[in-house]
Design a protein around this ligand. Sequence first.
Ligand code: PMP
Length: 427
Amino acid sequence: MTKDLLGRHRAVLPDWLALYYEDPLEITHGEGRYVWDADGNRYLDFFGGILTTMTAHALPEVTKAVAEQAGRILHSSTLYLNRPMVELAERIAQVSGIPDARVFFTTSGTEANDTALLLATAHRRSNTVLAMRNSYHGRSFGSVGITGNRGWSPTSLSPLQTLYVHGGVRTRGPYAHLDDREFIAACVEDLTDLLGQTRPPAALIAEPIQGVGGFTSPPDGLYAAFREVLHERGILWISDEVQTGWGRTGEHFWGWQAHARSGPPDIVTFAKGIGNGMSVGGVIARAEIMNCLDANSISTFGGTQITMAAGLANLGHLLEHDLQGNARRVGGLLIERLRAVAAQVPHVREVRGRGLMIGIELTRPGTDRADPEAASAVLEEARSGGLLIGKGGGHSTSALRIAPPLTLTVAEAEEGAAILERALRSL
Ligand code: PMP
């Protein structure tokens, strides 16, 4: 059945729509932290459909809210008052940490970042933007240009002038040998140099932890140091929280809070998990920034009732059950357990991350050279053992990515770690 579907997929969909696994999976249903494929095999899901399943598969509150809304009306115009959109915006504004917050909904992270660029460039009257090396912000015409990881960019054309800043990754390259303080000083110098060479930029966009880049974090203090340089010059800070938002990193509700010495960002973008699989993205900004656009609406489907109903039920569950706390506790145990395994597997260079956002960097034993083949081999082996994980990376796809639904239990963390341990040891 799946084989036949694969042939049809290849015949009609673009060649660049990459599928995981030599024998690609067709996932047909899910419950909690587990999913099943078309042949009835069960998998523990440590990737949540690229972090789109924020709380749990088939979370009853979300299923009910979606079914009830579908039974009433499927309607998508932003020209009328929309109760679930207002209610979700209110809840997000409350937890945003941004004063006088306004929220605008989109259907994806890409569109959220495009909107953030519209806001920042209009507010600052500049189409120059700073972005981090190895970053990922989407693949629309606007967001491709600000994606520092050029390997993920299908085109090099962009309507923006983008300058890429050091600071995302330092496992190799000229900064690899520096300690945190030296690294931060070098990156700030690089940023200051760039600012001296260009017209005043509108904004710097950054992920608090680089997601597609393999879950790499900048050292504590780097973004705070950047913010001071930018703040003095009126340059806006856009925090792309598409992967790091909603408590996933455990210690904080938003990724930016780990770097908050100089206050909240000017603009926050979000997407992925908030709809628990429904397409919800959005932008949060102070009213002064949000209202600078000369527009009426910029999306038909952003904020449609059914996706807002899903978001409300999902966010409600997350907050009522303190899933941020769960990410901190269970994620902490999982990181510790994986570090113990890693110490015995020569391919593992580093286990990193915060909460339930964990990256495992693989290199050829005894060298600094990234090992994407090992990452693919572990992905396959884990799948054979009944575990789904992801991969990513800065210079090459040599990191494993672990981001389970935030309701993960200790027993499930243990089960997944045991499968992953066998997969890593098989290298
Ligand atoms: N920003 C980040 C940090 C992301 O990881 C992604 C998706 N991987 C995007 C933006 C784009 O989101 P979407 O695929 O929903 O357009």
